[in-house]
Unconditional design. Structure first.
Length: 138
C-alpha cells in the first residue's frame, strides 16, 4: 500500500492486479486496501466481468479497466496436467486415494473457512460472503 501511495504522489503509473474484487465487508483490511488501490491506479486488471462491474459502479473509467481472467484458475489449469501425471504425492504424504481432507484457509479473511474432501466437495464452511455472486468467491 505504501508503494502505491508513494507512486501516486510521484506521478508514477500504478497497475493493480486483481482489481475490483469486493467482499463488501469493510472490517476486512484487504477490502479497504483494494478499494483504495483501485481508485489511485492508472491501469486496473480485473479478473472477471463482475469485478469490472464493481469498478464501473464506483466511477472508475472503462478506459482504465482490462479484464485479464482469474489468475488462480489460470495457474490451476496450467499445472493440472503436471499434477495429474504425478501421483507420488499420495505416498509422500502417506495418504490413501480418495481418503483425505483438504483444508482451505483464506488467511486475510478470517471469517471465511472452507473444508473440502478429496473430490473437491465442500464438507464444512465457517462464515460466508456478505453478498451473493461476488467475484472474491468465484
Amino acid at each position: 500500500m505504501a508503494g502505491a501511495v508513494t507512486s501516486s504522489k510521484l506521478h508514477i503509473p500504478i497497475r493493480h492486479l486483481e482489481s475490483g474484487l469486493r467482499s463488501y465487508d469493510r472490517k476486512i483490511p484487504e477490502e479497504i486496501n483494494g478499494i483504495f488501490a483501485d481508485h489511485i491506479s492508472d491501469y486496473l486488471f480485473a479478473p472477471t466481468n463482475i469485478s469490472q462491474e464493481n469498478l464501473l459502479r464506483e466511477g472508475i473509467s472503462q478506459t482504465k479497466i482490462f479484464i485479464t481472467g482469474n489468475t488462480i484458475v489460470d495457474a490451476v489449469q496450467q499445472n493440472l496436467k503436471i499434477a495429474q501425471q504425478s501421483k507420488n504425492y499420495l505416498n509422500f504424504f502417506h495418504l490413501l486415494e480418495k481418503n483425505y481432507t483438504i483444508l482451505s484457509l483464506i488467511i486475510y479473511i478470517p471469517s471465511y473457512i472452507t473444508i473440502s474432501d478429496c473430490n473437491g466437495e465442500e464438507t464444512k464452511r465457517r462464515g460466508k460472503p456478505k453478498k451473493k455472486g461476488i467475484s472474491r468467491w468465484l
